[in-house]
Write a protein of this length. Structure first.
Ligand code: PFF
Length: 486
């Protein structure tokens, strides 16, 4: 039983989709991960590569996903099946929808644990539980927070429940309503924190760190991280954007909407850097302290500053809201599929999904305490979830989507959905057919341990490969289409 796609809910307001999709994109990836990987991989040069990846791979893939969602008006599985059916192609492609849906669910299973850190730190800030005076003491507080499964489990459960309450209320009354105040609220808090950073004494250093280009600091590992992060930060290939796109009104421009979301996401990541690094530099700390940057160095730095606790609270409120607006997007695909295909009410579908999610995320949470020794090939369950989704499912899903769009579907489908001028359409097609797949293949080559592609060193090779695959692709695309379409 599938509900009628024509009667599918749509975003109420003009900004509904943009706020929800930006809410999905802006999350722990921007505020927790982006600053620390920028710190690890050397600052400005990394930022530049990251921006290039967003433009060359992120934007074309996001446009493709939104178009698939809107055209198919359903969860990733149903939408892809419909769109592929419309072009007279085999339904095996809907496996791509299954993978995307699973990917969003698995990401959320470990995401709620990290979001739980944020909520617990907010509580610690409020209750004065962060009174450490050295990095070692802060590390001990972070360790103690993770050590107790009851404590960590409580916070990740809280995030799971909050996510499901919002999703259970529906697309308009739950998701749209919550993002319509959380997103502006978050931006205001971020701006306040940047102004605070300006007066901290470390702002100049932060600007220099984020925006000065030193090609020597670029490593191939950094470039790969930038490419992988472009996928994660734009919530690609995890069902979120495609499902949100299925609620997009027909008159909205997909290209304009995508650019707005990608720009907002990038701006927030840079703004997070401008809020965090001044405080870090002003206290003489290292920007490259890894995942602990905002949970150890930053709280310590806040403590040493006037009104630091207040601004620390603001920081963790903002981080928790960013995490929540992303979490809700990761289960929407599953909930929407259950409602459309199994006849569940939204509330039942949400709580059912929530229970399974809770079980998986509890296993992920245990990686930090009682399950610390449960490893497979040297990785915990938590690390496996991260590795499988970021290194395999997201790139594989992205590759599938661009091949589907570039070679399999009838060209009218995307001409109609995207509504671009001939020149822009050709550019988009070139990106999804050749540039994005090549970028994604580089991730696989690395994940398989074949070799590490160093863009700075190997760019002539990459360019040559691009030219060759473009020529071969253009010459053989009708035949290629037959191969790709069982
Ligand atoms: N884009 C989110 C972030 O940067 O934190 C993470 C994310 C959200 C990934 C939604 C995947 C997803 F479906």
């Amino acid at each position: 039983m599938t509900t009628n796609p024509q009667s599918r809910t749509q975003w109420l307001g003009r900004w509904g989709f943009i706020l929800a999709a930006t809410g999905s994109a802006v999350g722990l990836g921007n505020i927790w991960k982006f600053p620390y990987i920028t710190g690890e991989f050397g600052g400005g040069a990394f930022v530049l590569v990251y921006l290039a990846c967003i433009l060359a791979v992120g934007v074309p893939v996001m446009m493709t996903e939104i178009a698939l969602g809107r055209r198919g008006r359903g969860s990733p599985i149903d939408a892809i099946r419909r769109v592929v059916g419309e072009s007279g192609r085999g339904s095996a492609w809907s496996l791509l929808g299954w993978m995307a849906m699973l990917c969003g669910f698995l990401i959320l299973s470990f995401y709620v644990v990290v979001a739980g850190w944020s909520f617990s730190y907010l509580w610690k800030m409020l209750s004065g539980g962060l009174a450490g005076s050295s990095v070692e003491e802060m590390a001990a507080i972070f360790g103690a927070n993770n050590e107790s499964p009851l404590n960590l489990g409580f916070w990740s459960t809280l995030v799971t429940v909050a996510t499901m309450v919002i999703v259970g209320k529906g697309v308009q009354a739950g998701i749209e309503k919550s993002v319509s105040w959380m997103m502006p609220g978050m931006v205001v808090m971020l701006l306040v924190l940047i102004v605070y950073g300006m007066f901290s004494g470390g702002f100049g250093d932060a600007l220099r760190f984020l925006f000065s280009f030193d090609a020597g600091s670029l490593s191939s590992e950094g470039m790969l991280a930038a490419l992988g992060h472009a996928f994660f930060t734009l919530s690609l290939a995890s069902g979120a954007i495609l499902t949100y796109g299925s609620y997009l009104p027909a008159r909205a421009s997909i290209a304009r909407t995508t650019l707005t979301v990608a720009l907002a996401d990038t701006l927030v990541a840079l703004m997070a850097g401008l809020a965090i690094f001044p405080v870090i530099f002003a206290n003489g700390m290292s920007p490259s302290s890894g995942p602990g940057l905002i949970f150890m160095s930053l709280p310590l730095a806040f403590q040493a500053m006037p009104l630091g606790t207040l601004f620390g609270i603001l920081f963790f409120v903002m981080l928790s809201m960013a995490a929540l607006t992303s979490s809700i997007s990761m289960v929407e695909a599953t909930v929407s599929w259950l409602c459309d295909n199994k006849g569940f009410s939204r509330r039942t579908a949400s709580w059912g999904t929530g229970i399974v999610l809770w079980l998986v995320s509890t296993l992920a949470m245990l990686s930090f305490n009682v399950g610390a020794d449960w490893t497979l090939a040297g990785k915990h369950f938590f690390d496996w979830l991260d590795y499988l989704t970021a290194r395999w499912m997201m790139p594989l899903g992205g590759l599938g989507m661009v091949l589907l769009a570039g070679f399999v579907l009838k060209s009218e489908t995307f001409r109609e959905e995207l509504g671009l001028s001939a020149g822009w359409h050709a550019l988009w097609l070139f990106m999804v057919r050749y540039v994005s797949p090549l970028g994604i293949l580089v991730i696989f080559v690395d994940a398989l341990g074949i070799t590490r592609v160093d863009f700075a060193l190997h760019w002539p090779w990459l360019l040559a490969v691009l030219v060759v695959i473009t020529l071969v692709g253009e010459l053989t695309s009708p035949r290629l289409r037959r191969v790709l379409c069982p």
